[in-house]
Design a protein around this ligand. Sequence first.
Ligand code: NDP
Length: 272
Amino acid sequence: MSLPLRQCCVIGWPIAHSRSPLIHRLFAEQFGMALRYEKRAVQPGTVLATLAHLRQLGVLGINVTVPLKEEAYPLADHPHARAQAAGAANTLWFDESGQLHADNTDGVGLVRDLSFLAVNFQQARILVLGAGGAARGILPELARHNRHPITVANRNPARAAALPQANEFELIPLEREFAQPFDLVINATSASLTAHTAPALSASAVGPLTCCYDLSYGQDETLFLAWARAQGVAARHDGLGMLVEQAAEAFRLWHGKQPETRAIVAYLRQPR
Ligand code: NDP
């Protein structure tokens, strides 16, 4: 007897670059699960109508990516704790009665990847660039593990001020000089996606011992990591590992199974 087909998808704008369908297919193979996982281009402002349509189609789980996470969050009937802390959702699912649940797996995805990479984020002085949906997801989890107040720099200061728990962070303008470099600088902006540039950060934010982590990823070195290399930063990591880890947590929420991740990160890094 064949197993019932489970339908999931990722929504975003743009969406063509997403590697989530491949990652979830590789997870499903680990359990012999029949899974259909599609990409859907969804314009900002249309998430509510899209979710009604997906519910009718019998879709079980939905990942939400740039720039829809903040739009998706308030639409849930049941926002779970991590989505509440972020005010943004990257993982949605319908229960048997058609009620919509929302969670946020970005923070745990980042922290798990940093742990695998042996980056000491617990004691680090951290600068996060960006205050959008991704920053909202990672900030509560970083703050939970870190004993220093986290510094957040965003191009639009009003958006940073609107972060949940904004008073727990040091909010600064993006273009600022620093007296000493940070230990860990995390780029959570979409500058490379939307403006094909690295965020305009002063070189004084980093030093040779700084670790730079870019949530963006791709076959080529990201623009932020190229900038960090030009400043002499040795420890540089892109967001591919986080992508796989946050996907694994979404998979666990939807299907109740914890996939193995690191072989998949290695597979995705192979040149093709
Ligand atoms: P949003 O659209 O919600 O937010 C975008 C953020 O980027 C805002 O803070 C915005 O600032 C800032 N920004 C955009 N353009 C520029 C620019 N030219 N210079 C400086 N800042 C800029 O996107 P998300 O937060 O959802 O996603 C951000 C990035 O993180 C994306 O590239 C996404 O692919 C990546 N990501 C990766 C994940 C992973 O698993 N590796 C998971 C989640 C996201 P402002 O408020 O001033 O407009």
